[in-house]
Write a protein that binds this ligand. Sequence first.
Ligand code: ATP
Length: 199
Amino acid sequence: MYLRSLTLKGFKSFADRTHMVFDPGLTVVVGPNGSGKSNVSDAILWVLGEQSAKQLRGQAMEDVIFSGSSARGPVSVAEVTLVLDNSDHRLPVDFDEVAVTRRMYRSGESEYLVNAAPARLRDIQDILHDSGLGKDTHSIISQGKLDAILSSRPEERRSLIEEAAGISKHRRRKERSMRRLKAMEENVRRARDIDREIR
Ligand code: ATP
């Protein structure tokens, strides 16, 4: 699985449709200060479902929509599409390619698509779960985050290492199973009570 392409339209400084294609391996984005390099990584975070405007270096979520420049007026919708190559079928879907789209209107209305079909954020999270991408993983280290990691408490640093080593997904699964087990025990207890009553 790797990031194959990213398409931005009306997102932050990318007013016009901008299509970037990536090859497997390392890609470096270079450019002068303020040219939009961080906006590219913001777009990846956003399309994967980021809900915090602060994480996207804005005050409100609407700040991701191109707000105009000296040369042109603002636009009313921001759209980002990220395409993942899934020929190794690491993502649990039958497609060789997974295109995730997020669209947001100035009215605040927002929508997600997976391979051009309407989807819920939850669907996207389910697909990305276990892939190392998505919320609460550390595949995107933004500016300043490195300093925060270096000065973090040992337990926080440990959770970072566990995430990178793939341990935390097992921890999450264990927690989910424990919750289900607890609910099941509750059901069994209730069934026993009913059984006692009707005997
Ligand atoms: P540096 O190297 O200094 O970190 P950078 O290349 O990472 O810079 P970004 O921070 O990605 O640059 O881009 C900043 C630019 O994006 C600014 O010029 C800012 O005005 C512009 N920008 C951010 N949000 C919007 C928006 N909603 N509409 C229009 N332009 C925007």
